[in-house]
Design a protein around this ligand. Structure first.
Ligand code: BTN
Length: 276
């Protein structure tokens, strides 16, 4: 009874409600919704072996609260009860990790498509994997690979999207952050958007497996907030490079027109910022 009450009050994530929005996925999806967990990506990474023994179902872990949510470059991912959507998906790719360049970029494309389908327009991407609105971070993607370069590899795809950040969380996030409530003025149904994301992700991952990133390249560039802009790329070992963003390659590396010519930078521990 208490659970029903709080579920109504803040619209808790609910497995059955989410699956209602993914009717034809229901038989193939193994959806685990946790109230509290350290990290949905840790959960899947720690249980890859167990899930490999299963049939070919798509395993997804979602949580209301993560106590150790992780972002890229060793950063934490902050969220709180009802404040966002935090979930991870385990997906096997038979051709190995060597063909998975660009995977995290394709996930961004799926997220933009879904948000636009809910009339949340003007959502952009920032290479490699930030989801932006008006230059503030709405969400992010963290892809972690396990397995072989050639031969089967497992990808754990972690996604965080802010729905309604409390001020306590906002104050500890070390960059401009936004959420769907701030953007739309509406309390969007997390279960419905979660269902739509699962549908789009399953479909886009099949297309990605069949065609690679090049298939999505033009669409990705059309969403890139920094295309044609002056940026600074922060590289490992405290170095950086400045230049104008000039597209992206089939392997997901970003192209920059720099004083030393047109160079490409691969997805790694690199972050990008606008310059004047
Ligand atoms: C980033 O922008 O740095 C990536 C953020 C990814 C956060 C998600 S939330 C669900 C999953 N579990 C985690 O611990 N991290 C990812």
């Amino acid at each position: 009874m208490c659970e029903n009450f709080s579920e109504k009050l803040i619209g808790l994530l609910n497995k059955d409600k989410t699956l209602k929005f993914t009717p034809h996925l229901t038989p193939v999806i193994d959806l685990n919704v946790f109230n509290i967990i350290d990290s949905t990506s840790n959960y899947l990474l720690n249980n890859i072996k167990q899930y490999q023994l299963n049939d070919n179902r798509i395993v997804v872990a979602a949580a209301e609260v993560q106590t150790k949510g992780r972002g890229r470059i060793g950063r934490p991912w902050h969220s709180d009860l009802g404040s966002g959507l935090t979930f991870s998906m385990l997906r096997r790719f038979e051709n190995g990790a060597s063909v998975l360049a660009g995977l995290s970029l394709v996930i961004g494309v799926a997220i933009v498509r879904v948000l636009r389908s809910f009339s949340v327009n003007q959502i952009n991407l920032k290479w490699p994997n930030d989801i932006l609105y008006d230059n503030s971070k709405l969400g992010g993607v963290l892809v972690e690979l396990r397995g072989k370069m050639i031969g089967p590899a497992d990808a754990v795809i972690g996604i965080g999207i802010n729905f309604n950040l409390p001020s306590s969380i906002r104050s500890i996030i070390q960059q401009n952050a936004t959420d769907l409530f701030q953007i739309t003025g509406q309390h969007l149904d997390r279960n419905e958007i979660f269902g739509a994301l699962l549908l789009e992700l399953c479909s886009i991952l099949s297309d990605f497996e069949a065609h690679g990133f090049s298939y999505f390249k033009d669409e990705w560039i059309s969403y890139h907030a920094y295309h044609g802009k002056n940026v600074r790329l922060f590289l490992p070992y405290n170095s950086f490079v400045s230049g104008v963003v000039d597209g992206i390659n089939d392997d997901g590396s970003i192209c920059l027109l720099t004083s030393a010519g047109r160079n490409s930078y691969i997805v790694g521990d690199i972050s990008m910022r606008l310059t004047d």
